[in-house]
Design a protein around this ligand. Structure first.
Ligand code: UD1
Length: 342
């Protein structure tokens, strides 16, 4: 009998891609989302890619009863928890909104998971932001976490700790935290992708919106970092590759292959890429010129971070495969797809 995975926040950017990969790997998926930060585009795209409707529950994970009811209705073997707020700047302005939502929803998931007969597996969507400004590159899972510079980053650290402590305390509960580097791109079908509201904070949606004419000019935040070309370096991970890491991690949990009740994996490519390199690659693969200028550094940005993904490669049997060019081509195809619908 196939196993059931609950994807909280499954109508969002990462959740929708993970849903597609899970179903294609043979899992039954239940999507639950309060739709507070997205519309139905990605859910419809997921159904179009898979050629069928999936169970979808509109609900808020801060509602403990709704979460308990969900667990009573479906035979949930594993949960992947994406339902959270994610804007760094907004979290500084409205910390209680972030602590209330991101911690409250996760605690409700863990309460329901630990109460489930036969146990339950929980995968938490964490971030490389927990490493702060690393002293050594690339970062491994053993690299020290640093105190968070935003409430958003703090909720990632706190949720990791809540998961670790819960797994220790409650028999039957198992957990994995995946620390994502910079997820970019879209599904090759161009039917699902990132849908930022308002002016994008992240680099790739800003690039594609500039290329299509929604934004006048991309600002490159600083060219005086101690990096080879002076612009910031990150580890840009393709969204479909990232989604496949979730399938590998869920399968590891469900197959009883974990080496400890709580495990952490970096999900990145291991390759640093600067802002300028990314812009050039985007121009080249899509055959266009991007309007950009160098501006001041963005407060809070770090110079560089990239992953050592060898632990995930070895233990999950997973590796990032898509080239940054293919990923940037998919991001552009997605931007054109949504522009055509507007
Ligand atoms: C940010 C968050 C991270 C979150 C991630 C989601 C921090 C410090 N960062 O990462 O937690 O998980 O988004 O994807 O918490 N850039 C420009 N111009 C732009 C936008 C960005 O030059 O218009 C540069 C930035 O300075 C940086 C790089 O592009 O060097 C990537 O920026 P961005 O996409 O915003 O991601 P991060 O800040 O790395």
């Amino acid at each position: 009998m196939s196993k059931t995975v609950l994807v909280s926040g499954g109508a969002g950017f990462i959740g929708s891609h993970v849903t597609v990969e899970l179903v294609q790997a043979g899992y039954d998926v239940v999507i639950a989302d309060n739709m507070s930060n997205c519309d139905e585009t990605n859910y419809k795209g997921v159904c179009a890619i898979l050629g069928r409707e999936l169970p979808f529950v509109k609900m808020d994970f801060c509602d403990a009863k709704a979460v308990r009811d969900l667990f009573a209705k479906y035979p949930i073997d594993a949960v992947i928890h994406f339902a959270a707020f994610k804007a760094v700047g907004e979290s500084v302005a409205e910390p209680l909104k972030y602590y209330g939502n991101n911690l409250g929803s996760f605690i409700n998931v863990l309460e329901a998971a630990r109460a489930k007969e036969g146990g339950c597996n929980v995968l938490f969507s964490s971030s490389a932001t927990v490493y702060g400004e690393p002293e050594q590159q690339p970062v491994t899972e053993q690299s020290p976490r640093q105190s968070a510079t935003s409430p958003y980053g703090n909720t990632k650290q706190m949720c990791e700790d809540i998961l670790r402590d819960s797994v220790k305390a409650y028999p039957g509960l198992k957990g994995i935290a995946l620390r994502y580097f910079n997820p970019i791109g879209a599904h090759p079908s161009a039917l699902i992708g990132e849908l930022p509201r308002g002016v994008p904070n992240n680099l790739v949606p800003y690039i594609t919106q500039t290329a299509i004419g929604k934004r006048e000019c991309l600002s490159i935040f600083g060219d005086d970092y101690p990096t080879p070309d002076g612009t910031g370096q990150r580890d840009y991970i393709d969204i479909v590759d990232l989604a496949k890491a979730h399938v590998a991690a869920v399968t590891r949990m469900l197959d009883g292959k974990m080496k400890a009740g709580y495990e952490i994996f970096n999900v990145g490519t291991g390759r640093p890429c600067s802002v300028l390199e990314l812009v050039k690659a985007f121009e080249k693969v899509n055959g266009l010129k991007l309007n950009y200028r160098i501006t001041a550094r963005r407060p809070g940005d770090i110079a560089a971070i990239w992953a050592d993904p060898s632990y995930a490669n070895a233990e999950l049997g997973w590796k990032a495969e898509r080239s940054v060019e293919d990923t940037l081509a998919s991001a552009w195809a997605w931007e054109k797809h949504i522009a055509g619908k507007e």
